[in-house]
Design a binder for this molecule. Sequence first.
Ligand code: SF4
Length: 285
Amino acid sequence: MKSSIFSAPVSHLKKFNNLFIELTAKNCNLRCKHCYIDFPLSKKIKDFISIDVIKKALNDTAQEDIQCIYLTGAEPMTHPDFNSILRLCLKRTNVCICTNGSFINEKKARFLKRVEDESEYEIIFRLSIDHYNEIKNDDIRGRGTYRQVLHAVKSLCKYNFNPILNITNYYNEDPKVLINEFKKICDKIGFETQEHNFVINKSFDKTRPTTTESLTWESLDCEYGRILTEKGIYTCPFLSNDHRGRCGGDFSDFADKTLLETPFCSNCIENKHLFFGIDFNKFSN
Ligand code: SF4
């Protein structure tokens, strides 16, 4: 007889390559329709992660082979100590800024290039934009966001950064069409792109049921990293500050496995590639 006891598959941390840091307790200046975050009604600067917590995490993970630190926020550039945190993280490894691009203009891009030049590591930008058509994009992300993010891309290119466009496929379109159309837009603003400049993620559905059938997957963010928040350590950005993703209080002692028991996990498995981490293999090809 088939057991009716729920048993979820388990994912193990294979390599700790990606350290995500949630800087702003999910604070954001935008309210995109598809965002996985249930926005807090009021988050104040006192709720944001402190630089001391980040310093401790970097010490506790000194033996790990961290290849990239991802600054998330929701919008990380709303943290008042953003520049100091960026400099601190760049002493350790490459830093990816996961941003909606609202706070990047030419002046900021010039400043960020100076910060990068002080370090032996690289700043990578992952900028969110969801459609090549301005009206469709702004319907998801808010009026004016399309122009804002393209201005950010243009400013970053001027200072020789090579941003990644993070596209949530909200309208469920053919990914090849999406990339071709985005390439044309990038060409127009003088940004020469390659395949690795585009990451297309599925638009996920928080309400979908969790699959309990036997599952196979290619790679999951929880196999290659953990996220630090002001409340502790969690498996991945989807499950930050969610008890189902809790891995411990700090990196001196944290869980290296997790049950894939949430609707987010089913979305991750279907996505076929990492939602949040960068596949650096693509860059070396
Ligand atoms: S949501 Fe995705 S990355 Fe997070 S624990 Fe589930 S499968 Fe892993």
